[in-house]
Design a protein around this ligand. Structure first.
Ligand code: ZN
Length: 146
């Protein structure tokens, strides 16, 4: 069943588009696998209203970014970062983690990936890009207000 979720998202990725307008764009690479992503976020009043991504790479990296987009759009930045922290902890658990399904929903499909250190970076690529973009967007809005 987990494999199914990953394949579905690989075949029909959510948010695979050039987002316009947007607040922040980041580009992240995972040199060990050759995965690349350009990710844009739109954040309004502390809510992640849209995530768009373009890139290339293995099925794990593509599917993980798609699941993330579905999961995080519409949440506050704080909630999104909480989910991201939960996913990061799961990925760093070396296969020992007890995934929190309420928090991570479809992203628990990647729990098996945590057993393979080489693939963990693939699964995390989009999530790290999002975190980077979200924190930049927050920093920007603080600056705008002062
Ligand atoms: Zn990869």
């Amino acid at each position: 069943m987990y494999q199914e979720i990953i394949l579905d998202h690989y075949r029909n990725p959510v948010g695979r588009l050039i987002l316009e307008p947007f607040d922040v764009e980041v580009h992240h690479v995972n040199p060990t696998c050759g995965d690349e992503i350009t990710l844009r976020v739109k954040i309004d009043d502390g809510v992640v209203t849209a995530i768009g991504h373009q890139g290339q790479g293995c099925s794990i990296s593509q599917a993980a970014t798609s699941v993330m987009t579905e999961l995080l759009e519409g949440r506050t930045v704080q909630q999104a970062l909480d989910v991201e922290a939960g996913f990061l902890a799961l990925m760093q658990s070396r296969g020992e983690g007890q995934p929190d399904e309420d928090l991570l929903e479809d992203a628990v499909a990647f729990s098996g990936v945590s057993k393979y250190p080489a693939r963990v970076k693939c699964a995390l690529l989009g999530w790290m890009a999002f975190k980077d973009a979200a924190l930049q967007a927050v920093a920007q809005s603080v600056k705008d207000q002062s």
